[in-house]
Design a protein around this ligand. Structure first.
Ligand SMILES: Nc1nc2c(ncn2[C@@H]2O[C@H](COP(=O)(O)OP(=O)(O)OP(=O)(O)O)[C@@H](O)[C@H]2O)c(=O)[nH]1
Ligand SMILES: [Mg+2]
Length: 276
């Protein structure tokens, strides 16, 4: 389901007006929502400072940032600890840093971060990349949309009307991304314009229902597996347009093993033994 109709326009217009008049001081229930933002990091020291500043500048008093670092050699973990000390001054546990000793993939990192957020009682969970490809300023929009649409999950989508991609993406990368979308939609019958997108907001109850311990994906196919499970449980999936930036600094972590997993997972989900 693509949510680009009247209700979506209303939310965006409303938020736009409020934001212009009052900065990022949002009205309730947006403002008061207990939302955790989970960011897996591996060698993102060049991006994490700016990302953290921009997330806490949103003016959401009950927002918690959960960083999940897999012992990055560039010191991202230590930087995250320093930032947490700074931002937790008058708000204990506003920024939580999980240190893992082995690099296990973006999927495993997200699961750890989501479980942390659920354990702390947060009501909405945002997942996003740590390389500034996903603009933190969309978080209130994602929140507004999930509240208005009462969706299970809202995907920040590059491929609905109004969505766009960085012009730094060459034709081969665009083609690969489109092919990946077509591939997973065909095998899993998802009907999602951007099924591989990684900027999302989840309802707490949906994550609890999905059984995160049973997720098979280690890497990027995590995004697709989560959509598949969400749909199978009967929850609605809504897409909201975003502009996707090229990563700010640093390099991509997509290995051959991860690409192979992304090719196999849709088949395993469709034809394999049901996970639960
Ligand atoms: N903790 C953890 N984070 C990871 C791992 N792999 C990737 N990440 C993080 O996941 C996010 C997305 O990874 P990217 O390398 O940017 O992948 P991508 O966005 O698909 O690729 P690019 O477009 O090339 O940036 C970034 O914040 C990474 O640091 C991992 O194994 N462990
Ligand atoms: Mg990236």
């Amino acid at each position: 389901m693509t949510f680009s109709g009247d209700r979506y326009s209303l939310v965006i217009d409303y938020l736009g007006g409020v934001v212009k008049e009052n900065g990022w001081s949002l009205p309730s229930p947006w403002r008061d929502a207990h939302v955790a933002v989970v960011v897996p990091t591996y060698n993102e020291a060049g991006n994490l400072g700016e990302l953290t500043e921009r997330i806490f500048a949103l003016g959401l008093p009950n927002l918690r940032l959960v960083i999940v670092d897999d012992d990055s050699p560039d010191g991202t973990g230590a930087l995250a600890d320093d930032l947490a000390k700074r931002f937790n001054g008058d708000h204990p546990d506003r920024m939580v840093v999980l240190h893992r000793t082995v690099k296990e993939g973006i999927g495993r990192a997200h699961i750890a971060g989501m479980q942390e957020a659920l354990g702390r009682g947060d009501t909405y969970v945002v997942q996003m990349d740590g390389d500034l490809s996903h603009r933190p300023e969309y978080i209130p929009h994602l929140l507004g949309t999930i509240l208005a649409a009462e969706a299970g999950v809202v995907i920040g989508s590059r491929y609905v009307v109004g969505g766009s991609l960085s012009t730094d993406w060459g034709w081969h990368r665009r083609l690969l991304s489109r092919f990946a979308g077509l591939y997973v939609n065909t095998i899993l019958n998802l009907s999602i314009r951007d099924p591989t997108g990684g900027f999302k907001i989840w309802q707490r109850d949906v994550l609890l229902g999905i059984d995160l311990d049973a997720i098979r994906s280690d890497g990027y196919s995590f995004q697709v597996e989560m959509n598949h499970r969400c749909k199978r449980l009967g929850h609605s999936i809504v897409e909201m347009p975003i502009h996707f930036e090229e990563r700010n600094t640093g390099s991509s972590k997509i290995s051959f093993a991860v690409q192979l997993e992304s090719m196999i997972t849709p088949f395993a989900l469709r034809f394999g033994r049901p996970p639960h």
